[in-house]
Design a protein around this ligand. Structure first.
Ligand code: KG4
Ligand code: ZN
Length: 339
């Protein structure tokens, strides 16, 4: 019975996310009842990046308290649940297994179905949690720490990959560049904040792969350009901010150029931005401007649903369960899994 609330669990990387959603296609927020998140950023900051084993252990510690919290916030008990959705991949294998085991065990104990969800489908559908959600078809730009993809969403569940990254993901490029310049982990938000203080035009880097047709991305050369500029500079605080600004402009421009190309190629009039880099202010500004210039509409999830969260997993799982999909009881995860 899928008019009952679905529990969503996200543990693919360094955020433990949990949410409850009573699927209702007509309702704003699609029936989201509560969500709770614990970020492990402070835990990994000391090491300058995510330590997989520490991530798994922290998911073990935080997952059940978060489930209790989400139930309490929604005024529900486990007896009210109609199903459990969890991220089955892609992601860190140990971290994924924590969510998958907990979800499967809970579903088995409660006698309700469980479903493994693709993490990127979660990101892709996150804008549907907002008021005035996009209708299909749309083009989605998925930009996170692990992915940079352009996807044509013909309908929910019908995806065509238009472009992918050949090397670093957009978020990864932000993080690695930030680390090179001595900024704290996670580098993306830190670099974006620093770029605000940079002088426009002081540094100009190339817009990789925009000079030829196609919708794939490559950011590793850009990272090297920035490294060389940083090493050759006076390394003052102002120069660091100037370089950060030049780098951010290059990435944002590149993403915007490819989005416009994808819209032209598919004839779509709606663009969805999802994934952690979707929280970037300059990207939001620039695509907002492109939308009004070119006459398309752009949709962003709220900032908390751009980065990893349980709500997007509850949503993607609820849609699949409502359409009659279910899986056997094996606890299986897919660290690498294409959309
Ligand atoms: O979607 P997400 O939370 O996790 C993955 O599935 O990877 O994305 C995290 C990525 C990180 O690389 C982080 O640095 C980046 O998103 N990020 C940002 C900003 N906020 C998060 N990058 C640029 N500007 C931001 N404001
Ligand atoms: Zn993600």
């Amino acid at each position: 019975n899928f008019s009952k609330p679905i529990l969503g669990i996200e543990t693919s990387c360094d955020e433990t996310g949990v949410a409850l959603l009573r699927w209702d296609p007509e309702k704003p927020g699609r029936g989201l009842l509560s969500h709770a998140l614990f970020s492990q950023i402070a835990l990994h900051a000391e090491y300058g990046g995510v330590v997989p084993e520490l991530a798994s252990r922290d998911h073990v510690r935080k997952l059940l308290p978060l489930v209790r919290q989400a139930l309490k916030d929604a005024g529900l008990t486990t007896a009210d649940l109609g199903g459990v959705a969890y991220t089955a991949g892609p992601g860190l294998v140990g971290a994924l297994l924590v969510g998958a085991s907990a979800a499967r065990a809970m579903a088995w104990a409660l006698g309700v179905p469980a479903i493994g969800v693709h993490h990127m489908e979660g990101h892709l559908l996150a804008p549907l949690l907002e008021v005035d959600p996009p209708e299909t078809p749309f083009v989605a730009l998925l930009v996170s720490g692990g992915h940079s993809m352009l996807v044509e969403v013909q309908a929910i569940g019908q995806y065509r990959i238009l472009g992918d990254t050949l090397d670093d993901a957009a978020g990864e490029a932000f993080d690695k560049t930030a680390k090179m310049m001595g900024l704290p982990y996670p580098g993306g938000p830190a670099l974006a904040a620093l770029a605000e203080q940079g002088t426009p035009g002081a540094f100009r880097f190339s817009r990789p792969m925009t000079d030829r047709p196609g919708l794939d991305f490559s950011f590793s050369g850009l990272k090297t350009q920035v490294l060389l500029a940083w090493q050759a500079s006076d390394r003052s605080d102002q120069t660091r901010a100037d370089i950060a600004r030049g780098f951010q402009e290059a990435i944002v421009d590149t993403l915007a150029i490819k989005c416009r190309r994808a819209l032209a190629a598919t004839g779509a009039k709606r663009l969805v931005i999802a994934g952690g880099v979707g929280a970037n202010k300059r990207l939001r500004e620039q695509l907002g401007q492109a939308a009004s210039d070119d006459g398309f509409r752009v949709y962003f999830p709220r900032l908390a649903f751009c980065t990893d969260n349980g709500a997007m997993i509850a949503l993607a799982g609820a849609i699949r369960l409502a359409s009659g999909q279910h899986q056997d009881e094996t606890i299986a995860v897919h660290p690498r899994w294409s959309l």
